[in-house]
Design a protein around this ligand. Structure first.
Ligand code: SF4
Length: 101
């Protein structure tokens, strides 16, 4: 019984360390504008824009792959806010997103 407990603890510690190391090795830095754009979208995660959710839509906007009008629940104010935000917030290299309305 004691052996099983010790073995379980050892396996748990090894797995926890493996996950910690993997999270450091495979860390992907996210565009800081992504969450800001997500916050400006309606966050209904309805998929009407053709993306699997608002975060995916925000990423598609940043990638210049989607038009703001694809978000059906979004209104003109939302589109204007996102456009204004992205026109004043370049990426790390100074490039601006060409916002598609
Ligand atoms: S249509 Fe708008 S609210 Fe629905 S998932 Fe796309 S971005 Fe989100």
């Amino acid at each position: 019984m004691t052996t099983v407990i010790i073995l379980s603890v050892v396996i748990s510690v090894v797995l926890a360390l493996s996950l910690s190391i993997a999270s450091v090795l495979f860390y992907v830095e996210e565009d800081p504008r992504l969450q800001d754009v997500v916050d400006m979208l309606p966050n209904q995660n309805c998929g009407l824009c053709g993306n699997p959710g608002c975060k995916a839509m925000a990423q598609a906007i940043l990638n210049e792959d989607s038009k703001l009008t694809q978000c059906k629940p979004g209104d003109q104010d939302m589109r204007d806010d996102i456009k204004e935000y992205l026109e004043s917030h370049p990426d790390e290299s100074g490039e601006f997103v060409k916002v598609k309305m």
